[in-house]
Design a protein around this ligand. Sequence first.
Ligand code: DAH
Length: 337
Amino acid sequence: MAGVSEIEQMLAEALSAIASASSTQALDEIRIRLLSRKGDITSILKSLKELPIDQRKEIGAAANKARVAVEQALNEARDRLLAAAAISALDPTLPGIRQPCGALHPITLVMDQLCQSFIRMGFGVAKGPDVETDYYNFEALNFPPDHPARDMQDTFYVAGNKLLRTHTTPVQVRVLEAQQPPIKVIMPGKTYRNETVSARSHCIFHQVDGFLVDEGVTMADLKGAIYAFCRDFFGDDVRLKFRTSFFPFTEPSAEVDISCFLCKGKGCPLCKQYGWLEILGCGMIDPNVLRNVGCDPEKYSGYAFGIGVERIAMLKYGITDIRLFYENDVRFIRQFK
Ligand code: DAH
């Protein structure tokens, strides 16, 4: 019968064999030799009952300690070998698996391009909530109480006095309330109108509004900014036409047409033989709007503009049906990488 020192010797040898084992088969052999039913350690444990009581205790403790240590060492060595095998099974020279890659939505692309154009001109970017109050969407923007745009036809009303903003211009009021001039920001976002969905109009669309307020701002600054933007966005040879218009929040107001970039003004189906394409609304901020936000119109003046993103995207890509933007047909969306 093995004594304590022989058991310790057996354990030391087993641990060093386990440490140098290079395969799981080698580990299995060690396990069988020591821990199977007829294994060396198992046999010692089985024959303990034949020993006198004083030896039984000592040798039993040593054999049990050896069994636990060998089992633990075998398990650890097995994990180590399996992990190493998994790493060496990886062949870094194999060609990679190409991941399917999405594309940015054309509205996102055009929105980003519009914003980048103005950011290059020194404009900051501000955002406001899609769910607005009547005050920000209409009242502060100098819409008279009976203005037709407040009609249920155009506006989605939600609970209370809340509504879905019909334009991004209300953000102008929020920015003017929160900051002191000089201010120069653009305000991109989603807008909503309760309109019948057709090829030409949708109930959800996007706008980029912008404004500048400072001392001594004039219509010449507005024209300069719009020219700079249009040259940057549509190309150096673009020509502009400012047509008088009306918005409650600007005075005077204008709509801007650019020379048709397809026919260069000669007349074609894109511009409906007109030679010009309408691209934005703008004007000098009405003194009433400045007064509503506590900004002295005797000291400060400003210009503002609003661009319809879908309209620009449709012109740019020759898209004739606005509904395509919201159908999520990948055959359409994939074309705009
Ligand atoms: N909010 C106007 C609309 O939705 C567009 C607009 C026109 C915005 C003139 C402006 C502006 O800031 O000055 O039709």
